[in-house]
Every structure is written in structure tokens, then in C-alpha cells.
Design a protein around this ligand. Structure first.
Ligand code: ZN
Length: 456
């Protein structure tokens, strides 16, 4: 797949990335992918701290710590996990698996171990995928105190069944804290949009280093644009981090309008969109419009409780409609949660193509305004207001041409009942949302339309 189908960016639209910006953002994404891929992340520990600290050099956001033992609704923040080394060797000193070679080898949150064991004793602690013999599976055991190693099935088959093995996990599980990041971008309105991602997976590229990097680049990009909504960027370990963040910010989170969980955004396969639990929320319609505007095919996934942190954000108390735009959605590609989800599988360019879609969708959300006519009695006279498009009308966007602009003015004035958002006018008339938006702002300056302010 190439990006040749995507519409060229219009420079007047701050949510459209120019080709030059695209190349520069891709280069930044590529650097971050390479630097951050090897970092051993988990739901707590220095891997997450190192990752967030590197991202803070790309754009500023604050980092917080929630102590181990903090009760968050039905959950408790666990002890912090640190691994110094972990390996399996045969008694001749040959290494079978080593955490230093690939951090996916160790089951996440493995407790410390130092033993000599027979193959049969060791076997229940080994995880492989027989149908993918070259892939190392990704496994965790956060809450059941256990240990284990993951290895390729071909390595496993080479192990001597009658041999004895030295198993060593030099790790600590001690009270510490859970690390997270956040940034609130203030907009014209205090109504917030949530942009959340998770930072707890070790060396796995699409799930979810790609999401972490897109989250950061999106935050940096939106900081330079005047925004209508406020945006709350949250980066947390999946599940426990989202729950802890919700518990610590419950009242603010309850007021959030809608949002995204950014995950699996850089694969070579299909674009996808996992809908909010409402399915036809404004966000769903605006994302679908973003795909249509870019003339991109995508797979539409209904909401499901299997997935990521949307199930915390959308739980009955919070009920935030949350969607996910992805490229090779989690569960859907065979490399998912294996060592084959690596830097050969994803690319910075694919990640940035998905970033372009997030920006298009956010642009649509920012521009889906509702207007009422200040002159609803029959047709207002446009000429005396300097609004005839082809006679040097002071405010009208020149790019649309006179005839087209007159047609858009007609539809905007017709629908200006104070109840019909631009998205609905676009749906009915097939006029692009951005064109409606540009002309509506001109009519607002010409004192024919008034924007309906949303309640905070
Ligand atoms: Zn995952």
C-alpha cells in the first residue's frame, strides 16, 4: 500500500500536514522508534520512566507517580518491578534464553528465582507458540506471583529433554510507584477531549510503541494550533494505569466529552476504526468522514469490551465515548503480542499516515460547529454586506470560486436553525465539512450567522 491515494494537504488548514511536514514528522517518528524499541517497559519501573523522559524531550508534559499500595476502586497499585538479568543456561554454560537478548523472553512481573531444574520441572514455566515456531510470545503475570520464560518453539524443541538447567531471574518486586504522564492543552472551551495511550509493553512495535510515539507527536502538533476544545493527553500503563488515573481525577474525567485510545497505528495492513460504545456518536461520524475525505478504505470494528482502556473510560460511572483509529488493529495481525511485532513489521511512514487521520478527525471535531441565522426572515441581501463571492467579497474563501460559494451560502443560511451542526449539513448536501466551515466563518464575520456556544 502506498500513500498515493491521500488527498494533498491544503496549507490553509492547520489540521492538514503538508508533504514537507510529513517527511519531517516521519523522520522524528523513525528516530523515536529506533531509540525506544529496546527499552524494557512494564506496568511500573525504570523502563517506563526512561520512555517518558525521552518523550518529554520531544514535547513537554508532566510525569507523576502513584505509590504502590494505592487503592483505586477495586484495584491496588502493585509493587514496582525491576529486572537486572534473567536467563536459562544448560549446565555446560550454554545460554538457552537471555533477557538481555530480547526483553520479551521474560514473563512480565516474574518473581526472583535462582534454581537448577530438570527439563520437566522447567517446562510448565516455558511459553511458546507451536504454530509460529520462530516467534517469541509476549506474556505477563502481574497479579499472580509466578515466573516464566517465553521462547520460540524452535528453540524450545532444541532443548535437551534429559538435561538440567540453571534458571536465574535477578529481579526485585518492592514497593515503589506507577509512573504516568499527562498534559492538558487548554482550548477556547473547557470541554475536554481525551487522548490516551498505554506505555507498558516491552519491545513490541505496533502494540504499542507506535501508539506512544503517535500520542507524543500529536501532542506536539496540537500545541501549535488554537483549539476550540481542551485536550487531555494521558499516557499510562494499560488497565491499572487507566484505572488509577480515573480514580485520581474522577470528577474531571466524568465531564470529558469523548476521546481516543491510541494504539496499533503503524502496521503495513488495513486502517481500522474501533467505534465508541455508542456507535453513532459525533466522534464516530467525524472519524468516518475523515477516512472518506482522505479517500482511504478502512475496516470498521464495532465497540467490544475486549480491547484496551476504553473499557475503563466507558464504564458506567464515566461513560466516555472512546474510539480507536488504528493500522493493523490489535488481535487482527498474526505478529500481535509476539517478538515478530518488531521494527521490521511497522514503519514510521505508516505511523504518520495514521497520525494524519487522527489530525483530520480532530480537525473535523474542532470544526463541527452549529450556527443560527441572525437574519432568518427570508433571504438576506448579500450584496450590501460585501458577501457576493465573485465581487471581491471581503471575507469569503477564494479557493471555492464564486458559484460554489453562493451555493454553500445558500445551504448554510437554509440550515441555520441553531440545531443543525455542520456535519449534518455536510451529510445532507455532500459539501465537505471544511468548505462549510470556511464559508460559515465568513458569514459570521458578515453578521449573518451566530455560533451556538455549547454549555461547558
Ligand atoms: Zn497489548
Amino acid at each position: 500500500m502506498t500513500n498515493s491515494q491521500e488527498r494533498p494537504a491544503q496549507t490553509s488548514d492547520p489540521f492538514a500536514i503538508s508533504d514537507e511536514q510529513f517527511r519531517s514528522i516521519c523522520s522524528d517518528a523513525d528516530t523515536l522508534l529506533r531509540e525506544l524499541f529496546p527499552v524494557p517497559r512494564s506496568i511500573t519501573g525504570d523502563g517506563v520512566r526512561a520512555t517518558l523522559s525521552r518523550l518529554q524531550r520531544v514535547t513537554s508534559f508532566s510525569v507523576g507517580e502513584i505509590p504502590s499500595g494505592t487503592v483505586c476502586y477495586d484495584w491496588t497499585v502493585p509493587d514496582e518491578w525491576h529486572v537486572r538479568s534473567a536467563f536459562i543456561r544448560d549446565l555446560q554454560g550454554n545460554t538457552i534464553v537471555d533477557f538481555a537478548d530480547n526483553n520479551v523472553h521474560l514473563v512480565g512481573y516474574s518473581v526472583p528465582t535462582d534454581r537448577i531444574m530438570s527439563f520437566d520441572e522447567l517446562k510448565p514455566h516455558l511459553h511458546t507458540i507451536p504454530e509460529m515456531p520462530d516467534a517469541i510470545p509476549y506474556r505477563t503475570s502481574y497479579y499472580a506471583k509466578d515466573w516464566g520464560f517465553c521462547l520460540s518453539h524452535s528453540e524450545f524443541q532444541r532443548m535437551d529433554r534429559s538435561g538440567r538447567y540453571q534458571v536465574r531471574i535477578d529481579a526485585d518486586l518492592q514497593p515503589g510507584s506507577l509512573t504516568y504522564g499527562e498534559s492538558l492543552l487548554p482550548g477556547e472551551s473547557t470541554r475536554e477531549i481525551l487522548i490516551s495511550t498505554y506505555c507498558c509493553h516491552p519491545s513490541l512495535a505496533n502494540d504499542n510503541l507506535s501508539g506512544i510515539i503517535l500520542w507524543t507527536l500529536l501532542l506536539r502538533y496540537l500545541k501549535q494550533i488554537p483549539l476550540r476544545h481542551s485536550y487531555r493527553f494521558v499516557i499510562v500503563p494499560e488497565t491499572i494505569g487507566a484505572i488509577a488515573y480515573l480514580a485520581a481525577n474522577a470528577e474531571a474525567m466524568k465531564l470529558i466529552r469523548c476521546g481516543f485510545v491510541v494504539t496499533t497505528v503503524g502496521g503495513p495492513g488495513s486502517f481500522g476504526y474501533k467505534k465508541t460504545f455508542l456507535g453513532t456518536h459525533e466522534l464516530d461520524l467525524l472519524v468516518e468522514l475523515a477516512f472518506r475525505e482522505q479517500e482511504l478504505e478502512f475496516v470498521s470494528y464495532p465497540f467490544s469490551v475486549n480491547g484496551s482502556d476504553e473499557r475503563q473510560y466507558s464504564s458506567p460511572y464515566f461513560r466516555i465515548p472512546v474510539g480507536t483509529i488504528c493500522k493493523d488493529k490489535y488481535y487482527e495481525y498474526k505478529e500481535y503480542h509476539t517478538s515478530l511485532d518488531n521494527l521490521d513489521f511497522i514503519s514510521a511512514e505508516n505511523l504518520c499516515r495514521t497520525l494524519r487521520l487522527y489530525l483530520r478527525a480532530i480537525g473535523n471535531l474542532e470544526r463541527n460547529l452549529t450556527f443560527r441565522s441572525l437574519h432568518p426572515w427570508c433571504e438576506p441581501m448579500l450584496g450590501k454586506r460585501g458577501l457576493i463571492a465573485n465581487s471581491g467579497g471581503a471575507f469569503l474563501p477564494e479557493r471555492l470560486g464564486g458559484q460554489r460559494t453562493r451555493e454553500i451560502i445558500g445551504w448554510l443560511l437554509f440550515h441555520a436553525d441553531g440545531k443543525t451542526p455542520l456535519l449534518e449539513i455536510s451529510r445532507q448536501t455532500k459539501i465537505p465539512l471544511n468548505d462549510l466551515y470556511d464559508v460559515a466563518l465568513a458569514l459570521q464575520k458578515g453578521k449573518l450567522l451566530q455560533r451556538i456556544e455549547e454549555s461547558p
